[in-house]
Design a protein. Structure first.
Length: 171
């Protein structure tokens, strides 16, 4: 999910039978295609909040994307992930943790937390930026029925493995 320029795509493709790399923007997706050119990688341009997976996957991975999911859409996003996972499948993710907020121009006082990013060309863009605390995110996902293991790494990143709620009646 949200493969961006494909930083992780080639590494995933080296370990998987097939990879579906999804991103909303054409330009980063084109870079991802050039970085991870492989017969078993399928690239899809789609809105992360509207995409309907064509099949179910053993693993759904997203790197540095969860922080861009507005809090009001978090439940729907995790429902999309659950729908994309095969029975026994897992979501695996990495993102900036709360300590990274000190490095950003954060606007947490808004209805949707945001940060201002300065781009290489000097322009500034406001983006959704939620610096998830592992304990709080664990609690939020547990409330949605997910089983999680989320921890801080190197004092600045969060990494997690999450398993969706099991359908009623399954062991």
């Amino acid at each position: 999910m949200a493969c961006g320029t494909g930083q992780w795509t080639a590494m995933l493709a080296a370990r998987a039978r097939s990879v579906t790399a999804v991103d909303a923007a054409a330009e980063p997706l084109a870079l991802a295609r050039s970085r991870a050119a492989s017969a078993h990688v399928r690239f899809v341009q789609a809105d992360m909040f509207a995409w309907q997976p064509p099949r179910r996957y053993d693993t759904v991975f997203f790197g540095f994307w969860l922080s861009h999911v507005p809090p009001g859409r978090l439940s729907d996003f995790w429902n999309t992930i659950a729908a994309a996972l095969a029975p026994g499948g897992k979501a695996i993710f990495i993102d900036d943790g709360p300590a990274e907020a000190a490095r950003e121009e954060v606007h947490a006082d808004r209805s949707v937390p945001a940060a201002v990013r300065r781009l290489d060309d000097g322009s500034r863009d406001r983006i959704v930026e939620v610096f998830h605390d592992p304990r709080t995110l664990t609690d939020e996902l547990t409330a949605l029925g997910w089983s999680t293991r989320i921890r801080t790494v190197a004092g600045k990143f969060i990494v997690g493995i999450a398993e969706p709620p099991r359908p009623n009646g399954s062991a």
